[in-house]
Design a protein around this ligand. Sequence first.
Ligand code: COA
Length: 224
Amino acid sequence: MTLADIWPVRRLRVTTSALELAVPGEDELAELAIRAAAGIYDPQSRFLARSPVAGWESGPSPQAERSFLRYYWASLADWRPSRWNLVMAVKVDGACVGVQEIGAQDFGITGTVSTGSWIARRFQGRGHGKEMRAAILHLAFAGLGADRADSAAWSTNAPSLGVSWSLGYRSNGTTIRAFDGARQEQINLVLDRERWESHRDDIAIHGLGDEVLELMDVKRAASR
Ligand SMILES: CC(C)(COP(=O)(O)OP(=O)(O)OC[C@H]1O[C@@H](n2cnc3c(N)ncnc32)[C@H](O)[C@@H]1OP(=O)(O)O)[C@@H](O)C(=O)NCCC(=O)NCCS
């Protein structure tokens, strides 16, 4: 029995003509930890309110790298069918450029997923953010049969909002949060299955077997 036989989620991959989402192995985890620690925000930017992005932390090395690893391993350790979060490496031409996450609580009842993501700074602004979200939405709607996908971003985070608007999300109100000692407005976003219009025939899901669906509390018949 291999590790993937015991934990079949490891085999899950989503491929598009431009990139691949994959469950990271040890080498990929190290690459992502280094990228996360190197920083994902332009330090000069006065306009982008830094987000508390999952698994990313600035600070001295190697604490920042370890913080990413802890986050990753905690998401695995906490996995239950009733509450899971899948952290996938985003690979472009063999390099790990960032992270795309998808999670759900009681998916069999809610039919709802939420997503989060980051890309290493030098790979931002090249369309990868939109492409990886399109890939994870394909997994959610076509693979898991989701009804709805939620997301959120600070009102000042133009690239993150840009990804959501361009994929058809609509605003689902705002939440005011305290962050970094300041008042921050968060825009909540939702994409319903009806508004998810994927005409992409180049996106493929690999390794989504019955055991994985069980681990994700997917009870409905998906249209994959
Ligand atoms: C948010 C993030 C994942 C987006 O990925 P990206 O590769 O930089 O974005 P893309 O190049 O795919 O652009 C996506 C859309 O946003 C638009 N956009 C990108 N940067 C923008 C900016 N600075 N201002 C306005 N629009 C912008 C693009 O034009 C594109 O829209 P279009 O398809 O309608 O042209 C990436 O910038 C990132 O990792 N940022 C830091 C971490 C973060 O903020 N994560 C999200 C937390 S909520």
